[in-house]
Design a protein around this ligand. Structure first.
Ligand code: ADQ
Length: 484
């Protein structure tokens, strides 16, 4: 306990700091994602620990001494779970990325259900749980992040280690018809029931899980009707909740107001001769629907020829899982599609699609967000999708339009003020884009103001507080109702 508060222990596949090789030297880089930004102050205030893998599998590296400096500056402790290359292959690339990732995004035909992956997933989860057991006390609150580590509570209990545990799933939870394809379905469901709190982005994900649990355990009873409910199932009693993750609104808003960033945004608009800008920003992943999106842009220019020369589509894709063949093929497919659309429509002085395959520094990304008239966010399926929220937070002129996939978790919160589209419906998207381009200023402002208010209020700090309150408070009524 620190200052009477329970110490927080965060456990995730990767630590918030990554080891990178720079020539012959190893350097440490801090993670800049929303989760790290939100949890860092909480870990520092309460006293905290972050447990995870460093990203390096070279046994000759002294990871702990490399991370010591980072840990001292951050004000919380880091514990590394060392993983061999074979473990990373089976547990991370195999079970996590070739089974759970596609299956939970409704893409079961992409799954490779190798039993070897499952066994390695269990071995690595056991290894993580041993580290959690060793480096924590019964007074700590243990918060496990994401689908790589669903067996933490199960293994802690099997070792006889009593801890208060919460789990948050960052990706969707599929409906029973899809989840049932998993060969180890009951073992995964049962493992999840061992946590004291299981959190999802949306009530839909939470209800999908409850439905799967009922098939496994028909005597399951659910009490409560808010975002967090109490479950009795077999001999287990635990909580389920919907906690839509968010962003640091003020950080994105503040950056967009910064003079340098505003100049960068102006330069982007100048370079594109003040044509309307439609923007896509994603990790290059098959769940994000990038090829389908480029085809909808092609459809837009075919259906509405008057828009040729007046609109640009800018797609920014950050490299991801580059060593995996499927991702290499996706990259090639996208590049060919961009070439095809540009080949079909370009004329001197206008190239319709601008494509960037790289990670952008934060300020440049925000400049693109704030320069864009429309954000086109069309994942085939997404747990939440932070890009949709980042775009609105950076839209300080408050006259942008969000076109959002109905299959992104963010749609549950933002549906009133975004154009909701089916990412597979190219003509539907083209029509909505045409409407968005012609929407009058007052209407754009009204909807963008509502979107920004929602994201400002339900920001990442609210998300952390909501989860911890639901995890730590004794009675259901002890925490406020949450908007989902
Ligand atoms: P992701 O699948 O990574 O996250 P998302 O929520 O959109 O998806 O976050 C992507 C992040 O990458 C954003 O913060 C964005 O700014 C950044 N990014 C994208 N392209 C970039 C570029 N070219 N340069 C720099 N940064 C770039 C998973 C789930 C989501 C869920 C989050 C959080 O798949 O559904 O919202 O976790 O729980």
């Amino acid at each position: 306990m620190v200052g009477g508060k329970q110490r927080l222990v965060v456990v995730s596949n990767r630590l918030p700091a990554t080891l990178k090789k720079d020539g012959d030297e190893w350097t440490v880089q801090g993670g800049a994602g929303g989760l790290v930004t939100a949890l860092a102050p909480v870990l520092k205030n309460r006293g905290g620990v972050w447990i995870g893998w460093s990203g390096a599998s070279d046994p000759s590296i002294d990871v702990d001494s490399l991370l010591a400096d980072f840990s001292a500056k951050a004000g919380y402790e880091l514990y590394t779970v060392p993983l061999t290359k074979e473990e990373v292959d089976g547990y991370y690339f195999g079970f996590s990325n070739e089974i759970i990732w596609p299956l939970f995004h409704d893409l079961q035909t992409r799954c490779r259900f190798h039993p070897r992956y499952w066994r390695m997933y269990l071995d690595v989860n056991f290894k993580f749980a041993e580290m959690v057991a060793r480096s924590t006390t019964p007074d700590d609150y243990i918060w496990i992040q994401d689908y790589h580590l669903m067996h933490q509570a199960f293994f802690l209990k099997s070792m006889g280690v009593k801890r208060q545990t919460g789990f948050f799933l960052h990706i969707p939870f599929p409906p029973p018809d899809i989840f049932m394809k998993l060969p180890w379905r009951w073992k995964v469901i049962q493992a999840l029931t061992e946590f004291d709190l299981v959190g999802f982005h949306t009530t839909q994900d939470r209800d999908n899980f409850a439905e799967c649990l009922r098939r496994f355990q028909p005597d399951t009873e659910i009490e409560g009707s808010g975002a967090v409910v109490e479950v009795r199932s077999g001999n287990r009693q635990f909580r389920l909740g919907a906690f839509p993750i968010s962003i640091d609104f003020n950080q994105f808003n503040g950056l967009a107001e910064n003079e340098d960033v505003a100049r960068k945004a102006f330069n982007i608009r100048e370079a594109l001769r003040h044509r309307k800008i439609i923007l896509g920003v994603d990790r290059l992943d098959y769940t994000k629907g990038i090829p389908e999106r480029i085809r909808s842009i092609q459809t837009l220019f075919r259906m509405f020829p008057d828009l040729r020369g007046r609109v640009n589509f800018v797609q920014i894709a950050v490299p991801s899982r580059e060593e995996v063949d499927e991702y290499k093929e996706l990259r090639t497919e996208i590049e060919q599609l961009v070439g095809r659309v540009n080949g079909e429509f370009s004329f001197p002085g206008w190239v319709p699609v601008h494509y960037h395959y790289k990670s952008f520094p934060h300020d440049e990304l925000v400049a693109y967000y704030s320069a864009a008239d429309i954000a086109l966010v069309t994942p085939l399926r997404d747990g939440m999708n932070l890009v949709a929220k980042e775009y609105c937070a950076a839209n300080v002129s408050q006259d942008g339009v969000l076109v959002l996939s109905e299959f992104a978790g963010a749609a549950a919160q933002l549906q009133e003020d975004a154009y909701l589209v089916n990412p597979y419906d190219m003509e539907g998207i083209a029509k909505d884009l045409n409407r968005a381009i012609h929407r009058d200023k007052a209407e754009r402002k009204l909807h963008m103001t509502n979107l920004r208010d929602q994201i400002r209020k339900n920001n990442i700090y609210w998300w952390v507080d909501s989860f911890l309150q639901a995890g730590i408070s004794k009675r259901l009524g002890d925490f406020p109702e949450m908007a989902t």
